[in-house]
Design a binder for this molecule. Structure first.
Ligand code: NDP
Ligand code: BG6
Length: 490
């Protein structure tokens, strides 16, 4: 089936930090693909700013090299068309230079949608917003995209949001969490709310527990400086994993309208049972990778990569989370994420309760409870584990089989990167897949006590060997409850 692509309105997208890693690996390839699919209107411009003093042609060469590296099968004509959209304006935020040149470029088209994308270190978020406001660059259709991290705790997030809020209205602010743009994450909403089948079972009466795993095989690489001040709880749980949990646990929103969805997510965040004081040791596990093997080769430990031996930063975290409301009372949500784990896989597993009574002879074999697995990456898809009769003669023997739907196989379309969807949503002004200010506050309110307890305690993260599933305490966290981490897709 042909994919229907609706062209977005004319726009100028200003990328601050356009020479950085995010632009190189994600933003340029995403914009190229949307252009390739003819979603960008004829006049759309990408106005790149960064410190280095490139001319337009220098940056276009840089962008072409980035696309050559990150896009398979570059189309020469589409590449040429895409590069022609790019303007480059040197702008140094520290020195305060380049603002009037940027303003002059934008004044050429005062009436088009104007997006400012802040792909720079968080210290620049405030000064750039103030610069945009000070130069009078905010027009009626302006939007600003804020990358993560939004603060390092509740207080710093509130201060940052106040600075941004002094220049932009909340409806203009797009706080990006790229996990919300992933196909399977949106499919979670389709599965839950476009089918009659699941919602009646989606509650404590039928669900035993939920697991959310975001495992990475890579280490911190060149980002050790940023990462050591963050750690897995801030880098992954405060945003990506809690957002996944919200979408899995929220009540049906009234509509897909941004505030309806975000109101429901906020209720989940507010219902999270606090993990404080003594319960922190019982309900959380933090780990730090040591040297080991990954993708077949030897890899160094976190401390060696960092070049220090005194860091207590966690590169792995596992948590047992309870949602204190009617739907989920007594149903644990087990969360885990880490770097240098055995493989790269992200999935949400909904484990249903066992059947209440078996009518089968013991010879039929054990009856495993149903399990729904939503795989975010790699190989996006949905699997439902069900029991069937083993085919053929031999009487009634039961067997568990996966009802498997791999999106790649089922639809034969390229799976778009999350940034493609999210960038087009910004231009369309659709905030459904972006975090509202009160969501960020609520997430930090739940995370802060865990960070405080870890900081106050004398404990260190538990070491784990690179290429494994994290410290053994993470296995114990779930096995103490008589459950195990799902291994279906691993
Ligand atoms: P990089 O360090 O790779 O890039 C930083 C960019 O900021 C460069 O374009 C640099 O320009 C520019 N810059 C630095 N100093 C100044 C200055 N004084 N004035 C103007 N521009 C300046 O960062 P990333 O691309 O990795 O990250 C950008 C943001 O995105 C961060 O907030 C990060 O947390 C977030 N993010 C990144 C992810 C990633 O995968 N990289 C994933 C999720 C979020 P120049 O080259 O000219 O010095
Ligand atoms: C980012 C984190 O937000 O997400 C990184 O800062 C992490 O540490 C990345 O590697 C994972 O994203 P993805 O899409 O590769 O799973």
């Amino acid at each position: 089936m042909a994919v229907r692509v609706i062209e977005v309105d004319e726009f100028d997208l200003v990328v601050f930090g356009g020479t950085g890693d995010l632009a190189h690996r994600k933003l340029l390839p995403a914009l190229y693909h949307r252009d390739l699919d003819r979603q960008l209107p004829a006049g759309a411009r990408i106005v790149v700013t960064a410190r280095r003093r490139y001319a337009d042609a220098d940056y276009r060469d840089w962008a072409a090299a980035a696309l050559g590296e990150h896009v398979a099968d570059l189309d020469e004509a589409a590449l040429k068309r895409f590069l022609a959209r790019i303007r480059y304006v040197p702008l140094d935020v520290d020195a305060g230079t380049g603002w009037s040149e940027l303003a002059a470029v934008l004044e050429e088209r005062p009436d088009v949608v104007r997006v400012f994308y802040l792909a720079v270190a968080p210290d620049f978020f405030g000064p750039i917003c103030e610069g945009i406001g000070g130069e009078g660059l905010v027009n009626a259709t302006t939007r600003v995209v804020i990358e993560k991290p939004i603060g390092k705790d509740g207080a710093s997030a509130r201060a940052l949001n106040a600075t941004i809020g002094a220049v932009f209205d909340e409806h203009q602010i797009f706080r990006i969490d790229h996990y919300l743009g992933k196909e399977t994450v949106q499919n979670l909403m389709a599965l839950r709310f476009a089918n009659a089948l699941f919602e009646p079972l989606w509650n404590a009466a039928h669900v035993d527990h939920v697991q959310i795993t975001v495992a990475e095989s890579l280490g911190v690489g060149g980002r050790a400086g940023y990462y050591d001040a963050a750690g897995a709880l801030r880098d992954m749980v405060q945003n990506h994993l809690l957002q996944l949990l919200c979408l899995a646990a929220m009540e049906p929103p009234e509509s897909m309208d941004a505030d309806s969805v975000r109101d429901e997510k906020l209720k989940v965040l507010k219902a999270l049972a606090p993990i404080t004081g003594d319960s922190v040791d019982r309900l959380t596990v933090r780990g730090q990778y040591r040297a080991g093997a990954s993708a077949g080769g030897a890899v160094p430990g976190y401390l060696e990569e960092l070049g220090r031996d005194d860091s207590r930063t966690e590169t792995f975290v596992a948590l047992k989370v309870q949602i204190a409301n009617w739907r989920w009372a007594g149903v644990p949500f087990y969360l885990r994420t880490g770097k240098r784990l055995a493989t790269r896989v992200s999935e949400i597993v909904v484990q249903f309760r066992p059947i209440p009574h078996s009518i089968f002879d013991p010879e039929a074999g054990p009856i495993a409870a149903n399990r729904l697995i939503l795989r975010l990456q790699p190989d996006e898809g949905v699997t439902m584990q069900v029991m069937i009769k083993d085919p053929g003669p031999g009487g009634m023997r039961l067997r568990q089989v996966p009802l498997d739907m791999s999106f790649a196989e089922a639809f034969k379309v390229r799976n778009p990167d999350a940034y493609e969807r999210l960038l087009m949503d910004v231009i369309r002004g659709n905030q459904t897949l972006f975090m509202r200010r009160d969501e960020v506050d609520a997430a930090w309110s739940w995370i802060d006590p865990i960070l405080d307890a870890w900081a106050a305690g004398a404990g260190h993260p538990k070491p784990y060997t690179s290429g494994t599933w994290g410290p053994s305490a993470a296995i114990a966290l779930i096995e103490r409850d008589g459950r195990t981490w799902a291994e279906d897709g691993l």
